[in-house]
Design a protein around this ligand. Sequence first.
Ligand SMILES: CC(C)(COP(=O)(O)OP(=O)(O)OC[C@H]1O[C@@H](n2cnc3c(N)ncnc32)[C@H](O)[C@@H]1OP(=O)(O)O)[C@@H](O)C(=O)NCCC(=O)NCCS
Length: 154
Amino acid sequence: MSCILRPPKVGEPPALSALCFRSKAVWGYDDDFMEACRRELTIEPSELQSTSIAVAENNGGVVGVVQIKVVGNEADLLKLFVEPTTLRRGIGKALFVWAADRAARRGADHLMIEADLDAASFYRRMGAEDCGFAPSGSIAGRMLPRLVKELRSI
Ligand SMILES: CC(C)(COP(=O)(O)OP(=O)(O)OC[C@H]1O[C@@H](n2cnc3c(N)ncnc32)[C@H](O)[C@@H]1OP(=O)(O)O)[C@@H](O)C(=O)NCCC(=O)NCCS
């Protein structure tokens, strides 16, 4: 599926946050788990300035979003979510490539990822390597795979 990547619009964060919530739910989590994750799945209006975000659009509709934050030589992948009806059509890859490229242009030499358990294989497919585990920011006691994508070759 072809898509264009564009910056987010002012006023768009609530719709993007809703997309993140719908997308995370594809892994079959229950309502309590999803509610516990809501804060982490939210894009605040202030983040339009404090982070880098790209929105994927197909035929005028939003089909995905990615968000990174770069500090010094390290970038963090904060969000990468594809609309559930358009999974496995190359949108996640297009957004990940944008994130890695943007991070490298901003001076990062690696991109850190704390992956949902079910998404870790996607990041490995994108060339990221496992580097341990990190505690979930939403669920006490839950550990998430931590991966790193080296950017020096980009
Ligand atoms: C993970 C996610 C972003 C992948 O997006 P996508 O658009 O479905 O992925 P793509 O179609 O671009 O896939 C790119 C490649 O990764 C592979 N891939 C995609 N999802 C995969 C998965 N869950 N496990 C293993 N491989 C996967 C594809 O087969 C494809 O391989 P190819 O290059 O050999 O053809 C998407 O499944 C998603 O949004 N999931 C729900 C939210 C989520 O968990 N986000 C990540 C938070 S850390």
